[in-house]
Ligand binder design. Sequence first.
Ligand code: UT7
Length: 336
Amino acid sequence: MKSAHKTSRLPRRVVITGTGAYVPDRVLTNADLERMVDTTDEWIVTRSGIRERRIARDNEATSDMAAEAARRALAAAGVAPEAVELIIVGTVTPDMPFPNTACFVQNLIGAHKAVCFDIEAACSGFLYGVETARQFIASGSIHTALVIGAEKLSCITDWQDRATCVLFGDGAGAVVLSAGPEERGILSTVMGSDGRLTDLLQLPGGGSRYPTSANTLEKRLHYMKMTGREVFKHAVRAMSDAAAAALNQCGMTVADVACIVPHQANMRIIEAIRERLEAPPEKVYVNLEKYGNMSAASIPVALDEAARSGRIRKGDVVLLVGFGGGFTWGAMVLRW
Ligand code: UT7
């Protein structure tokens, strides 16, 4: 009785039991971009580290990519769609303003018992989604959740703006989360937001502030706007501070971490964070040269690659860290 009482008071540990990813087949290289805007492969590679990115088909929506990533994550976890009780999609490119993209995914994969909603926290959307699902599971209200980061950024990219169009790509990544054994799972989470800096990274048009009109279209307000250099500085500071705080919260240091999976926006940002954390290069998982910045999809796609390639093994401590528009940011430490 005594031990049962003690166990019931402990928050349940929440474990990633499967990962999955999907990227479209179509590759857009830096050489292709040289023919579209005034840029060079050399500028893009030295300033960002990106060499190519994937672009979804015209008839391929965010939910289509999300559903494929979800199917792969469910297969890896050995979980049937009917067992999923919660679906959260982190995205800034929903299929439609409503219904939410998670409902479209639910229908596509047949997870008819799930509660579905989206989270909009830009590039931090996946981490915000995982922490939200973790709390549902830790509280005991559900057992199994599916969290997806999915983006079709190509449809909100201004293909005439060389300062942004070279940076982004499309894709989706997913994880299955379940209550699990005490020795594994999510150990700590740190999240933050700063609404004073909404102007630095946004898509102004098409919402209630600037509803779609001939004027907003003419001003190209339906495309992402970014003050890159300012975003860069805030991203480095917020991500390195959040990563350090998340490690501190669970009594760990970088020496305990086997693999750091950062948001994949810019190689120079990743390098700056790595130096601030004093982590050796081999601890950091990087795939942005292949995909560019996929916003909420970046971390789960990288996590899936790292897990499937054996870069992350059972028992390893993994550090996830992200940053995006809002600003929003987060870091999470987990034992695989
Ligand atoms: O997902 C989370 C949010 N996003 C990020 O974390 C991205 C953060 N920012 C960045 O990654 C970088 O700021 C960028 C990669 C966007 C830009 O790098 P930068 O070193 O900050 O360059 P910059 O914006 O200061 O531009 C430097 C120069 C400018 O020319 P002048 O004014 O010095 O003559 C730009 O006009 O580079 C020019 N430029 C380009 N040149 C060739 C900007 N874009 C391009 C381009 N090709 N594509």
